[in-house]
Design a protein. Sequence first.
Lengths: 162, 95
Amino acid sequence: MSAPKIIVQIILTGAQIFGRALAAAGRQAIQNAKHSPEAMSSDVGGIRNATSGSMTDKLTREQRMTLDEAHLILNTKRGEAMENIIKHYEHLFKANAPRPASDPPASGPRVGRPPPPPAHSHYLQSKVVRAHERIEAEMRIAQEDTTAKSGAESSSPGQGSS
Amino acid sequence: MTTPVIVGLRHLIRNGILGKVAAEQWVKGGFKAKMDRKEAIAILGLKDGPTLRNKMKDAHRHVMLANHPDRGGSPYLASKINEAKELLEKTDGKR
């Protein structure tokens, strides 16, 4: 009489364990589902989305950097003047360049301690350089586009000022 | 047959004259979608090793000062720097 009872009990505990595991897996799955869209949206380097044949996407794939990320890195906005972008770029490039150990005395205030060559990040400097390259390439495309268009238009006479 | 060679040569010359630095010197591409330990170390300009933990604070301070948003730095880069520091603190704390 007790044997079937034991078997039923074993099956019950087994089912319980299985159910608990299933619930835990479900919770984990929900967490994953919640997490991944956020990770995607924070992924400004959404290079995988650049699948179309447009020139912008082609550049994104080639240089492995989106235009958005390039602008974020240089702290500029889309459509900003190129001079401004170059100014930002040069500033950031210099800020991340390795400083020579012998600092020119022009930067006077910290005379007291000759510090060891301050840490700099070649990696960040690279990103700045690549961001600049990326924006420049985009500008070149835009320019080629407009010159192609204006060239087609200006084939008819009528432009007075040049 | 010679055309690729000529094109390559021209490319080399242009790189040498226009860009003073060889383009290969720079790390390719943008930031990784998800930062890993290696990238974090690179961002802070460190080398992996036993002294990493000691140097991290100083390196973070220097790199952060250079890129501080208040001084014309990029907020995006600053956030990357802080993320790198946090990641290293977290992963190295476990060790």
